[in-house]
Design a protein around this ligand. Structure first.
Ligand SMILES: Cc1ncc(COP(=O)(O)O)c(C=O)c1O
Length: 289
């Protein structure tokens, strides 16, 4: 695997890619990002990731120098240049360069960056034995403050803080609740639980990230005949579930077996979860455009 990156219209070795110290992303967290998987040389659900990215850019009023089709070409070219088979792709876009937070001071185009470095979130043992979760006190951002459906870089300070809390509690991941105490999502993954063979997951209107892996898993599960219910749930629903799992680009589908020191079901990854993990792995193995 080679280490070229895309930066502002150029393909460069990563050591030659430099970002200005007055970049608004660096100074103010004023940007947006995407994490995307590449499986056997194919960029997984590329159109969905680009659509989510451009929705966020629109909401943040960041004017990209090129449209989604051109951007897709750059992503695919980087995959080809780096001879990527299986990897993680990171896209970061910031508003541009200026000191001072007033966007009118920015006289440059947005900073646009793509890389293909590998990322793995959890150890292999977590996929075999299941993750543990702890509820953290950091809540999902209230949309009156910042819209959580935008994958904004600055917003991720909240998630880093939540991650720190979960580490302090000795858990594998942190469970973030909505401001009024309903199940939301984890610091880098969406949450699912299963009861009597029915799959439940918090609804996007609660202000969670509309995960691409979440959507893929819902489609796969429905295709297997499962009923999937998107709604508003409390920790009681999770504590008393038979099985649970998380989904995310970096994590893929991972079993979750304990929350706040309560075993989920019998405390082992459940049979439906295994079926879904197997089906997800099969789906990505055969994924093509
Ligand atoms: C907060 C949060 N929720 C959910 C997800 C999962 O989303 P996706 O499946 O699109 O990676 C992520 C992934 O980055 C995330 O950061």
């Amino acid at each position: 695997m080679k280490d070229f990156v895309f930066l502002n219209g150029e393909f460069l070795p990563i050591k030659d890619a430099h970002i200005h110290v007055y970049d608004h992303g660096f100074g103010y967290g004023d940007g947006i990002f995407e994490g995307i998987r590449c499986y056997h040389g194919k960029v997984f659900r590329i159109d969905e990731h680009i659509a989510r990215l451009y929705r966020g850019l629109k909401a943040l009023k960041i004017d990209m120098p090129y449209g989604p089709e051109k951007f897709k070409e750059y992503m695919l070219k980087l995959v080809e240049m780096n001879e990527i088979e299986d990897s993680y792709m990171r896209v970061t876009i910031t508003r541009g360069i200026a000191l001072g937070l007033d966007p009118r001071n920015i006289k440059t185009e947005p900073t646009v960056f793509i890389s293909t470095a590998q990322l793995s979130l959890y150890p292999e043992s977590a996929y075999e034995n299941g993750l543990t979760l702890a509820t953290v006190s950091t809540r999902i951002a209230n949309p009156q403050v910042v819209e959580n459906r935008i994958k904004a870089t600055g917003k991720y300070l909240i998630n880093v803080q939540a991650k720190l809390e979960s580490i302090q509690q000795g858990a594998g991941e942190g469970l973030m609740l909505t401001e009024d105490g309903y199940l939301g999502e984890c610091t880098g993954d969406n949450l699912f639980f299963i009861k009597k063979g029915v799959i439940y997951t918090p609804a996007p209107y609660l202000g969670i990230l509309e995960g691409i892996t979440r959507q893929t898993t819902i489609e796969i599960a429905k295709g297997m005949g499962y009923e999937v219910v998107e709604g508003k749930f409390t920790r009681f629903d999770l504590y008393t579930a038979d099985e649970a799992f998380l989904t995310g680009t970096a994590a893929e589908v991972i079993p979750m077996v304990e929350c706040d020191k309560r075993k989920i079901g019998d405390g082992k990854p459940g049979e439906h979860t295994w079926k879904l993990i197997k089906a997800f792995r099969e789906y990505v193995k055969n994924y093509t455009y």
